[in-house]
Each structure stands twice: as structure tokens, then as C-alpha cells.
Design a protein around this ligand. Structure first.
Ligand SMILES: Nc1ncnc2c1ncn2[C@@H]1O[C@H](COP(=O)(O)OP(=O)(O)OP(=O)(O)O)[C@@H](O)[C@H]1O
Ligand SMILES: [Mg+2]
Length: 355
């Protein structure tokens, strides 16, 4: 079956966060229908030991002490996507239980099963059974715990207490504020940060080397820019680029991830602040129409570029205020084009006022 028609691959593309599906498919189409030979790199390079988890040094060090004492409290991992929460949980289980880790570790995705029933049935049933292979306890890993309804969370707190003897919970979430207070107080809370550019770059080079890929320095920089601390995004971008280029340069990365080059965004801002609305509008057209960026992407990139501008703090603050407003309106579903032009208009006016 041609690569681009492989349903598993298409499913993967959809799951690949933030990668621009139409563009990726187009690239693969251009390459012709070659067969899928490789596995998905985010899985191939999933860390299996705590030492393989990069960029979360403090957290990892503290977690290692639990492994040493072979005692684990309930844990709550919170942080943005793709920074190693699931990878760390699996590594803990592997290090604690060795070969019998699969029998003593279960993973439930709370967003598939958000209701109270899952706590009453699946979780309780697993928690009740005794650990296998001489382990002191089992681990229930509850991914996306912030998607559990508050009823389900309330039911969970009782379960957590009742089965503490032979079961520990690791909850993972993107927003700890969505986890009810009583559960937070039963857990040791670990906050995972977005990974540093160095950590992402290091891992990307490691994967590239293992796969025998050539990647230029500007390719690595582009990946760290696009990933914004999300290792999943970084590795996916690398794998997608490897499909279309022998030596990976920044252009391929920006193209497949539908990201504007930082210089393009800077040109747009400079045109607007320089007072030329029509020039800025042309840059905007090129981003939206030619490169297929969404309005939110453009606002997000303008926000990131603004800190590099050499303007007085007061003006910067005013501009950030407007960006915040436009970003909010876009998420509420306002007309993208009008909002972006309104943003440019503010920039133009701000530029004129300062003259
Ligand atoms: N700190 C890290 N060190 C090494 N690889 C990482 C790290 N973080 C993420 N990865 C890579 O990204 C993939 C996804 O990471 P993981 O599933 O742990 O993310 P997560 O934090 O659980 O994200 P989500 O909130 O979306 O569930 C891993 O399989 C691994 O390849
Ligand atoms: Mg996860």
C-alpha cells in the first residue's frame, strides 16, 4: 500500500501534534508512494530509564531517591505536553519492578474514560489485586487526569486512601488547577517545565546521529524554535523532515511544521511599526495564504518575536496588551483576517505615535 494511504501512518500524522497535516501529506505525495519502513521515532526513542529523561534534572534526582528507598508516595506530574511525564512514569515502573513491570503497572487514559464508573470498576479492580513478582505495590498511571470529572476525582480520593497498602497512583495532567485540592494534597506534586533549547537540541542531534541523518546547525535551531520545549514535537518534526531531505535544513522544518521563519515575522512587525500598513499586510498575506499558517499561529509568533524588538518598555507593554486581546478574540472564534489586520493597525499606530 502506498505510504500516504497507510491508515496507521495517517492516524500517526493526525496524532502528531501541531504538524500541519495537508503540507505533510503533500510532501509525502511528492516523494512518491514508498512503503513505511520505520517506526515512529517518539516511541523508538522513548526513555526507559530515569537517566534517559533529559532536561528535567531536579525532578529526576528527587524521583531517584524514591527508587533507592523503594518507596513511592502518590505522585502528581503536571506540565505542558511532550516534556516527559509519561516517559518518567514508565521509567519509574521499569526501575522499580524490573522484568515484572508490565504486570505491576497499568496505564489508564482518563480522557477516554472520564466518568466515575472507571474509578469504581477498572481502577478499583486493579488496585485490589496483589502485586506480582515480589513487588511491594503496584502503580496505576492515570494519564490526562485533569480530564476526569470532579465526581470521578472525588471518588478517586477515597480509593487512593483505601488501597495505599498495595497500590500507588501517578497522575499526569497539563493543568494542575483542574485537579481537586484533596487529591493534590494526597500527592507529591512535580511540575515539569518546557524543556530548554539545549536539552531539545541535544536529543535531536542524538536521534539524528542514531538514524544516520545529516542535520545542519540551522536545522537544529529551527527545530528548537518550532518545538518550544516540546520534545515530542521536536522529534516528530525531525522524522517528517527526514522523509523529504537528505540533509536537513531550516527551510524543511519550517515548511512541514507550517511555521513562519522568525525573520519573516520580524519583517512583518518592522513594516507595521515603520508605519506601512500595506507592506505589513503583504507579509501577512504571504504567511496566511502561501504558507497556510492559522491566525493563532501568527499571533503566537508575533508574541514571541516582540521581545527581540528594540523599543521602550512602555510601548512593548502596550503591544503585548493588544496581542493578548486579539489572541483571546481568536480563541472565541472572531474573524481571523479582521483581527489580524486590527493587530497590524495597532502596531502601525504605535509606530506613528513614537515618531
Ligand atoms: N524529557 C525527555 N527526555 C527524552 N525524551 C523525551 C522527553 N520528553 C519527551 N520525550 C520524547 O517525547 C515523547 C513523548 O513524551 P511523553 O509521552 O513523556 O510526554 P508527556 O509529558 O507525557 O506529554 P502529554 O502531556 O502530551 O501526555 C517520548 O516518547 C520521548 O520520545
Ligand atoms: Mg503523557
Amino acid at each position: 500500500m502506498p505510504y500516504r494511504h497507510n491508515p496507521v501512518y495517517l492516524f500517526y500524522l493526525r496524532k502528531v501534534k501541531k504538524l500541519h497535516l495537508p503540507i505533510l501529506q503533500e510532501c509525502i505525495f511528492l516523494c512518491g508512494g514508498f512503503e513505511i519502513k520505520e517506526e515512529i521515532w517518539i516511541e523508538k526513542y522513548r526513555p526507559f530509564k530515569l537517566d534517559d529523561v533529559v532536561g528535567q534534572k531536579e525532578t529526576v534526582e528527587r524521583l531517584k531517591s524514591y527508587i533507592k528507598t523503594r518507596n513511592l508516595p502518590h505522585l502528581l506530574f503536571s506540565g505542558p505536553p511532550g516534556v516527559g511525564k509519561t516517559a518518567t512514569s514508565v521509567s519509574i515502573a521499569r526501575e522499580l519492578f524490573g522484568d515484572s513491570w508490565r504486570e505491576n503497572f497499568t496505564e489508564l487514559n482518563a480522557s477516554d474514560e472520564r466518568g466515575i464508573d472507571v474509578v469504581r470498576t477498572k481502577i478499583k479492580n486493579f488496585a485490589k489485586t496483589t502485586p506480582i513478582g515480589g513487588a511491594d505495590f503496584k502503580i496505576i498511571f492515570l494519564d490526562e487526569a485533569d480530564a476526569l470529572t470532579s465526581d470521578a476525582q472525588s471518588a478517586l480520593r477515597r480509593t487512593m486512601e483505601r488501597y495505599t497498602n498495595n497500590c500507588r497512583f501517578i497522575l499526569s495532567c497539563n493543568y494542575s488547577s483542574k485537579i481537586i485540592e484533596p487529591i493534590q494534597s494526597r500527592c507529591a506534586v512535580y511540575r515539569f517545565r518546557p524543556l530548554s533549547d539545549e536539552a531539545v537540541a541535544g536529543r535531536v542531534r542524538f536521534v539524528a546521529q542514531n538514524e544516520g541523518l545529516d542535520i545542519a546547525d540551522d536545522g537544529v535551531d529551527a527545530i528548537t524554535y518550532v518545538a518550544q520545549g516540546d520534545m515530542r514535537k521536536a522529534i516528530n518534526a525531525l522524522q517528517a523532515a527526514a522523509l523529504i531531505e537528505d540533509t536537513i535544513h531550516k527551510d524543511a522544518i519550517y515548511k512541514i511544521t507550517a511555521t513562519a521563519r522568525p525573520e519573516q515575522v520580524r519583517d512583518l512587525i518592522e513594516a507595521a511599526l515603520g508605519g506601512s500598513f500595506s507592506a505589513a499586510r503583504k507579509h501577512l498575506d504571504s504567511l496566511l495564504l502561501e504558507q497556510g499558517l492559522s491566525g493563532e499561529d501568527v499571533v503566537g509568533q508575533i508574541y514571541r518575536s516582540i521581545f527581540d524588538l528594540d523599543i521602550p518598555e512602555k510601548r512593548m507593554v502596550e503591544l503585548i496588551d493588544v496581542i493578548g486581546e486579539i489572541d483571546f478574540r481568536l480563541t472565541e472564534g472572531a474573524n481571523e483576517r479582521i483581527q489580524l489586520e486590527s493587530l497590524l493597525a495597532h502596531f502601525v499606530l504605535s509606530g506613528k505615535e513614537s515618531k
